[in-house]
Design a binder for this molecule. Structure first.
Ligand SMILES: [Zn+2]
Length: 417
């Protein structure tokens, strides 16, 4: 999922948490308890290992002197808690705790399922404890900023910022900046949420609240905001309240090529009849998903003559889009659809000579050239929402603007800590 892309850069980077933790001083003559998985591990012998190819749960516990009767008992208890002890995987980490006595009596077994979950089997009392435990995940609001002169992605990784942040940034700007083309000297500042395991171990980056990206010296602000009308729909807007998301995607299919453009003058022949071509054809293999290029309501979903299987989506009083020659339709009339949602699949129904979708762009009841509608923007926030939005972003923008682009020295200092 965490697809890494390379963007030929090295970033001068800084990262700091907004929260500062107060350290409680311990008297030096006391052994400080160290907690892991809820145990003070200074009180046990701790064995950390990973599962080998030929090992099973019972063979591991057997090595530490746990009786076969007890293993059976643990097994039957585990099943009740939907824990399948036969699914131990090679190379997964586990921890064994034994007593600090001469017999080194077995006390507990902890198996790391994933970075946030583990199984705990505790035999300190007569009744074993068998449970699945989820570690404590906390979220902190963080800042990061940098000047790009290498790989954004690699540097995020180098300075222990979840590289996934880069993907989130690309997502924020997908309608305005081509992240494959970010270049030397581009700058960025972001305010985002970072999850931590047990308050200390960085886990994964969550949403970006606000962002500044300077691409080819042009600033792009983005502020996440939920409007009254969009309810829970978190969207990004610029510093003037224009939504970053554009109303239409450039293409109804993810990968494909334009096989025929809209043309009023160039007549195409279909079954001997000459007609202007009022759509844009995107060729792709049969079965390729076709997505609606904008939010809307399905106005028509039908089979009709030369159109074959087709879907028409009404976006507002001005625009509708229509998708022809589908092998299969995936939506029904009256259904609400959102941008990028699959509405059907590439086919060859109706009048076609090869598998493609004929994409028709309707503006005020007339078919126009979709490729010439690139500048179609989303509606700006309505006046009464805009003032609330501007008031909302004022302190966030000030916070963003106050962040400097740190130099290498600062980066080094942070690394030396
Ligand atoms: Zn066509």
């Amino acid at each position: 999922m965490r697809k890494y892309w390379i963007v030929s850069t090295i970033v001068f980077f800084s990262l700091f948490s907004c929260n500062s933790d107060k350290k409680v001083l311990q008297p030096e003559d006391v052994i400080k308890p160290i907690y892991e998985y809820g145990y003070d591990i200074t009180q046990f012998n701790v064995i950390k290992d990973s599962v080998r190819a030929d090992e099973t749960f019972s063979s591991i516990l057997d090595k530490y002197g746990v009786s076969i009767q007890t293993i059976y008992k643990i097994d039957s208890m585990a099943v009740l808690d939907s824990i399948d002890l036969t699914t131990l995987k090679k190379d997964k980490f586990y921890t064994i705790l034994t007593k600090q006595d001469t017999a080194e009596t077995f006390q507990a077994f902890i198996y790391e399922l994933n970075p946030v979950e583990y199984w705990r089997i505790d035999l300190r009392n007569s009744i074993p404890i068998v449970e699945r435990v989820r570690k404590n995940i906390t979220t902190k609001r963080m800042h990061a900023s940098g000047i790009i002169s290498g790989s954004l992605f690699q540097t995020l990784e180098d300075i222990n910022v979840d590289p996934y942040v880069a993907i989130k940034m690309a997502e924020v700007y997908k309608y305005s900046i081509d992240f494959y083309k970010i270049q030397e000297g581009d700058k960025f500042k972001i305010i985002f949420d970072q999850q931590f395991i047990d308050d200390t171990i960085p886990y994964q980056a969550e949403k970006i609240y606000a962002s500044y990206f300077e691409h080819k010296r042009k600033p792009f602000y983005a502020f996440g905001y939920v409007t009254d009308t969009t309810k829970n729909n978190f969207q990004y807007y610029d510093e003037e309240g224009r939504e970053l998301k554009k109303m239409f995607l450039k293409s109804p299919i993810a990968f494909g090529r334009i096989s025929s453009k809209y043309s009023m003058s160039r007549y195409v022949s279909i079954y001997g009849r000459l007609k202007p071509h009022l759509g844009t054809d995107f060729a792709a293999p049969i079965g390729t998903p076709i997505t609606t290029t904008a939010d809307g309501v399905v106005e028509e979903s039908a089979y009709k003559g030369g159109n074959g299987n087709y879907v028409k989506v009404k976006h507002n009083n001005t625009y509708s889009t229509q998708y022809l020659h589908m092998s299969k339709r995936a939506v029904a009339k009256g259904q609400r659809v959102s941008q990028g949602q699959v509405i059907g699949y590439i086919g060859m129904t109706g009048s076609t000579t090869g598998p493609h979708v004929c994409y028709r762009f309707w503006k005020n009841g007339k078919q126009v050239d979709a490729l010439k509608q690139k500048e179609t923007k989303s509606d700006p926030l309505p006046a009464k929402e805009k003032s609330a939005y501007l008031a909302f972003i004022k302190p966030v923008k000030a916070e963003l603007d106050s962040l400097g682009f740190k130099n290498m020295e600062k980066k080094k200092m942070l690394n030396d800590k």
